[in-house]
Design a protein around this ligand. Structure first.
Ligand code: ZN
Length: 111
């Protein structure tokens, strides 16, 4: 059965994956990110929401729709555009952000 509620929710999955990547880049735990949204994002995004969002990004996980208000709050907190959060990274190996001092062997992007 496919329908609006059982769809793949590709964009929501992308948001979850991007949130996980950006969170790791900042060295924040999921709880730390939740706290950051309280001060920086304008709208607090709960710890459990962040967990669910990131888990839903796994290919074998149930997709979960994300709220646009949460996306805006997270984008503000990370200091990125909403477009960045809803767009899949060009390179899936380094998510367009190789670690400092490294060059991605897949796409050649230097840090
Ligand atoms: Zn790369």
């Amino acid at each position: 059965m496919r329908g609006p509620r059982t769809d793949n929710l590709t964009v929501s999955r992308t948001v979850g994956a991007n949130v996980a990547t950006l969170r790791a880049m900042h060295g924040w735990s999921q709880r730390a990110l939740a706290r950051q949204t309280e001060t920086a994002g304008g709208k607090p995004v709960g710890f459990s929401t962040i967990c669910r969002m990131e888990r839903a990004a796994q290919p074998d996980a149930e997709p979960v729709a994300v709220y646009i208000d949460d996306v805006v709050s997270l984008a503000t907190t990370f200091g990125v555009t909403v477009q960045r959060l809803i767009t899949p990274p060009t390179c899936s190996a380094c998510m367009d952000h190789p670690p400092a001092g490294f060059t991605c062997r897949t796409c050649g992007t230097p840090a």
